[in-house]
Ligand binder design. Sequence first.
Ligand code: CP3
Length: 344
Amino acid sequence: MTAQSKFLRVFEGEVFDAPPVWFMRQAGRYLPEYRALRAKAGSFLDLCFNPELASEVTLQPIRRFDLDAAILFADILLIPHALGGNLRFVEGEGPRLDPVKDLQTVEQFRDRDILSALAPVFETVAKTRAGLAADKALIGFAGAPWTVATYMLAGGPMKDPAALRKLFYQDRALIDALIDVLTDHTIGYLEAQIAAGADAVQLFDSWAGGLPWPVLDAVSVRPLDRIARAIKKNHPDLSVILFPKGVGEKSVEYALLQGCDGLGIDYAMDPAWARANLSDRVVVQGGLDPLLTVSGGAEMENNARALLKLFHDVPYVFNLGHGFTPETPPENVARLVEIVRGRG
Ligand code: CP3
């Protein structure tokens, strides 16, 4: 059966003159309508757990830019929050969690029912799907176990990657248990998003970069393989997109995974290398440096056209190589969409 949305059809192998387009962090602080709604909701977490407002925020960039896919408005740290991590967002400092220190704490996570606590997220998915046209896809998502684990172990954004690498060598049992527990919960969480109406899912491994191969294999590739296979077992036609940021040529290892349908490429990767080494196995997505959308102009347009040209004869999803930053002028995004649609 041919899917109705351009985004999903790319995963069936279709090639378009103008590829489908969506953007990481397409809902967020660079949009005045987001800032207004966020002020009304109170905190960022209040917004994530308010299905009415969260689905409205999810739809805002679709209305403004007519993008081909919406991404659920939520956060990768909602799983640790539901596990009792006491998530809070400190203004100007980013997320904070109570740090996980020992195996005993991790073992207590195993039987935790996180799906009840996260029920509003699934309601957001259902509401958003109901509010989207049939030709628009809804992408569900979760953080990859490793990236989520870095926040849980460091109690916030990882400031010292060497400390976590050392921990991997010194206390492998703790790392293995945490990754294992997060892998199981992530499968359940994504399954529930799919049951509520998500058309595809993406896993964000934002902190996969800079790891030696045996570590990367253990904490990122293997767990993502397990998640992708679990999802494909129940939903063979549902597309799974992986975004292991910063892994360079090791991205081939993800593209080889049986359950991997799409692979996000970050702004540091050479897109010509990705075209030559990844496009024969998966749908490549993204690549444009989000900072180009801050300045806009010819530099942004030329870089976007280069990506379109490079991937013109293979299934490809236009996107960024990481999320928009709050200072991106929305006009530049509108212009970028014109370029992708071949109207610029
Ligand atoms: O539009 C979308 O992309 C959907 C929603 C989404 C958010 N976060 C909303 C958000 C998604 C997919 C994420 C993923 C996410 N969250 C990642 C992986 C992708 C990446 O950026 O690497 C990570 C690492 C997080 C953790 C996180 N959430 C951080 C580090 C921060 C604080 C930094 C910041 O930008 O303020 C957040 C907060 C957050 N998540 C915001 C949004 C819109 C800003 C919150 C606000 O309104 O103040």
